[in-house]
Write a new protein. Structure first.
Length: 280
């Protein structure tokens, strides 16, 4: 009897895992010094940025960042996450032009087995260290969606262009703290307060499964600290949650040297990820 092409499912699941790892962040790291200037809110008064414009609030935070990310953008994003098994590191580049995004992701999990994922022009290329002669396996995403609807489509390009979208169902409040400096760059310092139970539910791997519960001692709210540049683009985000600590940083905004292309032919494997699984 012929089985389901498990290799395709495995590589698609890997793409989904990359997306989840990049978006569901729980950051930490060296942080800027405490606010040095700016107009944090006083009782009954709105917070103002140095240029006199209103600081972002819970009502405007996500929409403002999404609007900025909807423009043509090029950037790098990196995340270092500390978990029980060790340190999980992700690095990515993103190019979004005329509403079409391409991504290149390099992931080193705690077990040290690295993998690379490139998504460009509707095709995913996945290279896992030690497999397929260290060459990229090629997956046509349209074919994958048609033949394997049971596997969620990897949406890394979309997810990376909505860096705080994962907070939406749990976001309770946004506080503007003041202005800081990161690498000689003026940045606006914000704190996002999230409802823990809602966050757990949003990040659950199986939305149809039992509702997740907080670990013993886990507070009812979680704080995400983030810094945006003067145009409203993210620069750094930090969080501690469920025993995980991580830091996410964004850099190279509009750097013309950031280009994402398909791997050359001599780096491609002839393995068909949709090929038939071994006969049982």
């Amino acid at each position: 009897m012929t089985g389901t092409p498990r290799r395709a499912c495995a590589h698609l699941a890997l793409g989904v895992a990359v997306t989840c790892a990049l978006v569901a962040c729980a950051p930490h790291d060296d942080v800027p010094r405490e606010p040095r200037r700016g107009s944090a809110p006083t009782a009954g008064a709105p917070a103002l940025l140095p240029d006199g414009s209103p600081a972002l609030t819970a009502a405007t935070f996500l929409d403002s960042i999404r609007a900025r990310m909807a423009d043509d953008v090029r950037f790098r994003v990196a995340q270092s996450k500390s978990i029980a098994e060790g340190t999980d590191v992700l690095q990515a580049e993103v190019v979004s032009v005329d509403g079409t995004a391409a991504t290149s992701v390099h992931h080193t999990p705690p077990d040290g087995v690295t993998y690379d994922q490139i998504v460009v022009d509707g095709t995913m290329y996945v290279r896992i260290e030690g497999e397929n002669d260290d060459r990229y396996v090629v997956l046509d995403l349209a074919r994958a969606a048609a033949e394997h609807p049971e596997v969620p489509a990897p949406d890394a390009p979309t997810a990376l262009l909505d860096p705080f979208g994962w907070t939406e169902g749990a976001l309770l409040d946004v506080e503007y703290v003041g202005m800081d400096t990161i690498g000689r760059q003026d940045v606006a310092h914000y704190r996002l307060r999230l409802e823990t139970d809602a966050l757990l539910a949003d990040l659950a791997e199986d939305p149809d499964g039992p509702a997740p519960t907080r670990s013993a001692g886990e507070p009812p709210t979680v704080t995400v600290t983030c810094w945006l540049d003067v145009t409203g683009l993210p620069i750094r985000s930090t969080l501690s949650f469920e025993g995980r600590r991580s830091t996410t940083t964004w850099s190279g905004w509009q750097d013309p040297s950031i280009e994402i292309t398909a791997p050359p032919a001599d780096q491609l494997s002839d393995t068909d990820p949709f090929g038939e699984a071994p006969t049982a």
